[in-house]
Write a protein that binds this ligand. Structure first.
Ligand code: MN
Length: 515
């Protein structure tokens, strides 16, 4: 990758003016990295240029591409941040600074045993610090992907260390952003370095199994294609093969590969949502569905925003075949995730970030808003619960619904009170019970994906200390603490008033006695 190749890749996506800025960035970074080499022996500049090329491939806006070119200049060269701000812009400087901080959090921890937990903590803190702009994380993912793609030049211990960090921290982050393609790339590369034998074995097993089923699957594909054409339903159909790493993970639960139905799935992409359901109906009229395997991720998206209809049917050969049905937009979002929101020179989302309004984020990515909220709290030196944020970033999330159908995004393991505080802290404060899916449930009920929750209130109910055991989100904890504190002070004030009243009464009584 050199200057001209990168400019050629960029050419069709950005304006002439933007391309000139990009060219200046390339020249500046080339000059700064002059004389530095990668472990492979290639000039160092090839790395940031590759990173920028990945970011273009992901469809990022020009500021992100420029920051990708400059991302290693602060750490590894004499370049200074204010100089970058002067030469380019405040936004570019902010992004480069964020990426540099994340890199520095990793430095200085050399001992592998303590490395990961510490890295995870430090990364979390830093992600919070840079949380005001999620593009920092996207640049970091591109940086990590290129480093993984060139990992063969590092020493074996370093390979393992970097691969482990990648699979435990960066791949889940990519998943959280619904950047499915990047997640799979990071996992496959990490798995190869972490468990080369298992990787090879799983790959061989998969190849032999695919060979057996490919012809049958091809027949099913043709049957479906003909049928949908007959019904005049415009569509695209292709096969997707499971990644080696996800097969390996699945085989820990399902040891016999013949029992795994989604090794290869057929994917049907159509124009709109109603056609998705239409196609599902057609599939079920052609083949017998395995009823318990029908999944509607369109009505109930996965917590990272993934949407599709999944169904497994029994083909005429007796072989189970999985289908995934989705629209073009859903497909794009499943592959590129949040990166799909920053469309090339369309600066909408970037501008929203600058203004500090994140209203334009997809509704299912509210954890990013949480992250930004926490970042602003820290800046103001206010209280927030860091533990909760770790859950937000690395844990699973669930979607629950209000009786009106509003969607709320909560960490897995959340309680009804967490939901109530999310709805409104005044509602939570008067909670006397919860109806979950039309049934009364206790305060210690753990919410499940898809639950519909109604908060029952009573004007005499009030928050109490025990509630602390039945909440898990930092938001609810913070609100509850504030309410308890307020209640405490009011309680004490009431108490003091009572004492004064009693003393006054006693004094008066004494006076009367004297008389
Ligand atoms: Mn780098």
């Amino acid at each position: 990758m050199d200057k001209h190749e990168l400019l050629r890749v960029a050419k069709s996506h950005y304006s002439q003016q933007q391309l000139e800025v990009l060219e200046r960035a390339i020249d500046y970074a080339t000059e700064m990295h002059e004389g530095q080499l990668r472990k492979s022996g290639a000039p160092y500049i090839t790395h940031p240029l590759h990173v920028a090329a990945l970011l273009i491939e992901w469809g990022m806006d020009i500021d992100t591409i420029v920051a990708g070119v400059l991302h290693d200049t602060i750490e590894d060269t004499p370049a200074a941040l204010d100089h970058i701000e002067h030469l380019f812009s405040r936004d570019v400087a902010f992004l480069v600074d964020g990426v540099t901080k994340v890199s520095q959090a990793r430095a200085g921890m050399r001992d592998l045993e303590s490395y990961l937990p510490q890295t995870r903590d430090n990364l979390t803190k830093l992600l919070i610090a840079v949380g005001q702009d999620i593009r920092v994380i996207i640049i970091k993912l591109a940086d990590r992907l290129h480093n993984m793609q060139t990992l063969q030049y590092k020493s074996p211990p370093k390979q393992k260390k970097i691969a482990r960090e990648t699979i435990e921290v960066f791949a889940p982050l990519a998943d959280r952003l619904n950047m499915g393609r990047v997640r799979v790339q990071l996992e496959e590369l990490s798995f190869q370095y972490l468990s080369p034998k298992e990787f090879a074995n799983t790959k061989t097993l998969m190849a032999s199994r695919l060979k057996k089923s490919k012809r049958k699957l091809e027949r099913v594909r043709r049957e479906v294609e003909d049928h949908l054409n007959q019904e005049k339903i415009p569509h695209e159909i292709d096969g997707r093969v499971k990644s080696v790493y996800s097969l390996y993970k699945k085989m820990k639960r399902v040891p016999n590969i013949d029992d795994i139905y989604d090794l290869m799935a057929l994917r049907i992409v159509v124009d709109d949502v109603s056609t998705c359901y239409l196609v599902l109906g057609e599939l079920h009229s052609m083949y017998e569905p395995m009823v318990d395997r029908i999944k509607d991720y369109i009505a109930q998206p996965k917590p990272n925003g993934y949407q599709s209809l999944h169904t497994t049917v029994i083909a005429h050969s007796g072989q189970p075949v999985e289908f995934q049905v989705r629209t073009h937009e859903m497909h794009d979002y499943a592959e590129r995730g949040l990166a799909a929101s920053f469309h090339y020179n369309e600066q909408k989302l970037s501008d929203a970030y600058k203004k500090g309004t994140i209203a334009q984020l997809p509704a299912d990515l509210h954890w990013i808003a949480d992250l930004q909220h926490a970042a602003s709290l820290i800046k103001e030196g206010k209280e927030f619960n860091e533990e909760d944020l770790k859950v937000d970033l690395f844990g699973d999330r669930i979607f629950v619904y209000s009786p009106k159908g509003d969607i709320y995004d909560l960490p897995a393991g959340a309680f009804p009170l967490d939901y109530a505080y999310r709805v409104h802290s005044d509602v939570a404060a008067r909670a006397s019970g919860f109806m979950v899916n039309g049934k009364m449930e206790p305060f210690n009920y753990q919410l499940k994906h898809g639950d519909v929750i109604e908060v029952l209130t009573n004007k005499h109910a009030k928050p109490n200390q025990d509630w602390q055991q039945h909440i898990m989100t930092g938001h609810a904890r913070m609100k509850l603490r504030a309410q308890l504190r307020k209640g405490g002070i009011l309680g004490r004030l009431t108490n003091a008033a009572a004492i004064i009243q009693r003393k006054t009464a006693e004094r008066r009584a004494k006076k009367r006695q004297k008389k």
